[in-house]
Design a protein around this ligand. Structure first.
Ligand SMILES: Nc1ncnc2c1ncn2[C@@H]1O[C@H](COP(=O)(O)OP(=O)(O)OP(=O)(O)O)[C@@H](O)[C@H]1O
Length: 307
């Protein structure tokens, strides 16, 4: 279990992480989502002692990472997959890690198989592709069979097969009861992997909720088609209901569910041709949530923080 309490990190005058608190649950994939520069990597680095909080704390099972007797058995982290010795083979890299952390050599072969590195494990790391390096990083993270896994942008630069593999590995690890924490700046990625989302914007938490809840939090819009648009609009008009005319036969209604719209149409003797709830996508929600929190926007303009 990872717990952050009022965690802050300042770099000079910059609040990279600005007082965040959260608790991650075992058995779930928690997505850590936010635009570039929102503080995800800094938070993860503090969790494994690579950076010190300016104030507040981030602990794993109640202790700071450095206080754990066997850190590799506690947390498996892939924060920088490139941090290896290029002249070694993948297998010898894993063997050294195992030997220096009191992990049995049999785990090395096991994680090589688990990560699909079998064919390249005997080759030097300097010849590895990005995908192989990513798999090697994950193999190292799994070596100590830890209950907590932390992956920073694990699918960056991977091909579609690699992306699918990382997703299913994360899900499998959570199904085994582990706490799985995965960062990404892409909602589309997280929506296929995570059960729960923590959304960060400019170092602050802007959402901490199950994916389903985020999906349901948007206002439901319903598309209605009829030849009697004005009769229907009259029948539906009420406080908190907004109706917009899309074209001569189509209305978009917010504030009423499809069932109520159907019932009112029947009472007003309006014939409906279509009644379609418009699903809010996670992407829509994410854009809404982070719209004011983006540091770098497309178009090349740099916008200074305006908080
Ligand atoms: N060592 C550092 N020194 C100074 N500023 C830093 C340092 N590390 C991070 N920052 C700044 O802190 C902020 C948060 O960065 P961080 O890398 O944690 O964000 P992120 O959400 O992981 O983004 P990305 O997806 O781009 O890596 C950014 O504005 C970044 O420029």
């Amino acid at each position: 279990m990872i717990t952050a309490e009022n965690l802050h990190k300042r770099y000079g005058s910059k609040n990279a992480v600005d007082g965040i608190s959260f608790q991650l649950q075992p058995g779930k994939v928690t997505g850590f989502l936010g635009p570039n520069g929102s503080g995800k990597s800094t938070t993860m680095r503090m969790a494994v002692g690579l950076d010190r909080p300016t104030s507040g704390s981030i602990t794993i099972d109640g202790k700071q990472f450095s206080q754990h007797k066997a850190p590799m058995r506690t947390v498996g982290a892939v924060l920088d997959a490139g941090a290896t010795h290029p002249g070694r083979t993948g297998k010898s890299h894993l063997k050294v890690l195992a030997a220096t952390h009191g992990i049995s050599a049999s785990r090395v072969q096991h994680v090589i198989e688990l990560t699909g590195l079998g064919e390249v494990a005997g080759k030097r790391i300097k010849g590895y592709s990005l995908g192989m390096n990513q798999r090697l990083g994950i193999a190292a993270a799994l070596l100590g069979d830890p209950a907590v896994l932390m992956f920073d942008e694990p699918v960056n630069g991977l091909d579609p097969e690699g992306v699918r593999w990382v997703r299913s590995l994360a899900r499998q690890m959570a199904a085994e009861g582990r706490t799985v924490f995965v960062s990404s700046h892409l909602m589309s990625e997280m929506s296929q992997t995570a059960d729960h989302l923590i959304v960060l914007g400019r170092g602050r938490i802007i959402a901490d909720a199950p994916i389903q809840e985020l999906l349901n939090s948007g206002e439901q819009r319903v598309l209605v088609r009829t030849e009697q648009t004005s009769d229907l609009a009259n029948a539906l008009t009420a406080r908190d209901v907004s109706i917009s005319h899309i074209d001569a036969e189509t209305l978009q209604v917010t504030g009423l569910d499809p069932r109520s719209i159907g019932r009112r149409a029947l009472e007003a003797q309006v014939v409906l041709h279509e009644l379609t709830p418009q699903l809010t996508t996670l992407e829509d929600e994410y854009m809404k949530l982070t719209g004011d929190h983006v540091e770098y926007r497309s178009g090349g303009a740099f916008e200074e923080a305006a908080q």
